[in-house]
Design a protein around this ligand. Structure first.
Ligand SMILES: [Fe+2]
Length: 324
């Protein structure tokens, strides 16, 4: 459910709740006495829509709903109690209460939302700081993971993945190599070829990353991507040798994004490939390295869009290198 549909559904629920309260209030007779008591009790439920609107739409939503409730209450007070100024004053007093409760709740919910946004931003900045430090250690630049995150999110967008899931996939892409913190410098930064033993050490980084990330509550799904970020579509990857659809979808999206970035980034021993060269290489590995569906979707993304991301997160230091 996207944001727009979510808001529309909430408005529909608000309208239904308000209509039910108004109908019950208008239609419950004031005679005999027992019905009148019920009628007065029902009127109190007009508190509900402004508070619901405050929770969903904040202060402005609460005011708009309190305004609708006001029309309903005022209309009733003047239709049903003509000339009875005491009763009308009593109902206007209740009405003022609906406004006060709605407005206070709206302000509090707005404040809570803004605190949550600040908290999410602080979490994200902390993660970006950590990842940039790790990128800097390995690549002498701090931008690789941020580019890969945005490429992966772009692919997710094209595949119709949005909201929380897309955000989690983005975090998975951002944190993919966090486990390299456990790889010793002499292996990670070794200029020449790695020995079999060193490769064994290096291949532990998805598992190490998974164990780090899964401990953070809001990153549990991202941890699955970290764990599977070196799995290949034909089952020849590591650490578990997962194949095809058993690889988490986010990891399949990440694989294409990561290799595209590696191919198009400056490397010490090779100039960056052009978009066409990199696209041809990715197509060549479709079905073996990559999920063909993800490759097909990736090819629908305009090269300019990818270039824009690369420019935004351009390496400022030394050359980037192909990731392991
Ligand atoms: Fe990796």
């Amino acid at each position: 459910m996207n944001k727009q549909n979510g808001a529309r559904n909430k408005i529909i629920v608000l309208v239904i709740v308000t209509a039910i309260i108004a109908l019950l209030h208008y239609l419950t007779p004031t005679e005999p006495h027992a019905y009148h008591m019920l009628h007065i009790a029902l009127r109190k439920f007009y508190f509900l829509p402004p508070v619901m609107a405050a929770a969903w739409f904040g202060f402005r939503g609460a005011c708009a709903t309190a305004f609708v409730v006001s029309i309903l209450v005022i209309l009733y007070a003047f239709l049903d109690w003509p000339g009875n100024y005491m009763e009308q004053a009593n109902q206007m007093g209740e009405l003022a209460g609906f406004w006060v409760v709605g407005m206070i709740s709206g302000r509090l919910f707005d404040r809570q939302k803004s605190l949550l946004v600040n908290l999410a931003e602080a979490n994200e900045e902390t993660i970006i700081g950590l990842v940039s430090a790790l990128d800097l250690r390995e690549h002498n630049t701090g931008m690789h993971s941020q580019r890969v995150r945005e490429y992966t999110e772009l692919i997710a967008d094209r595949l119709g993945v949005g909201g929380k899931t897309k955000r989690e996939i983005g975090f998975g892409a951002l944190l993919h190599d966090v486990g390299k913190i456990a790889v010793p410098d002499q292996i990670l930064l070794k200029p020449g070829k790695l020995t079999d033993q060193e490769w064994d050490e290096m291949r532990k980084h998805p598992d190490a990353g998974y164990r780090i990330v899964k401990r953070i509550g809001f990153l549990k799904d991202a941890a699955e991507i970290v764990y599977a970020h070196h799995e290949k579509f034909d089952g020849s990857g590591y650490p578990r040798g997962l194949k095809g659809p058993s690889i988490p979808p986010g990891a399949r999206m990440f694989m294409v994004a990561d290799v595209y970035d590696a191919l198009t980034s400056e490397r010490p021993y090779h100039s960056p490939m052009t978009y066409d060269e990199a696209a041809a290489e990715i197509r060549r590995m479709s079905g073996s390295h990559f999920d063909p569906t993800v490759v097909d979707i990736f090819m629908t993304i305009a090269p300019e869009q990818l270039t824009k991301i690369a420019r935004r997160h351009q390496n400022s230091g030394q050359a980037d290198i192909l990731t392991v």
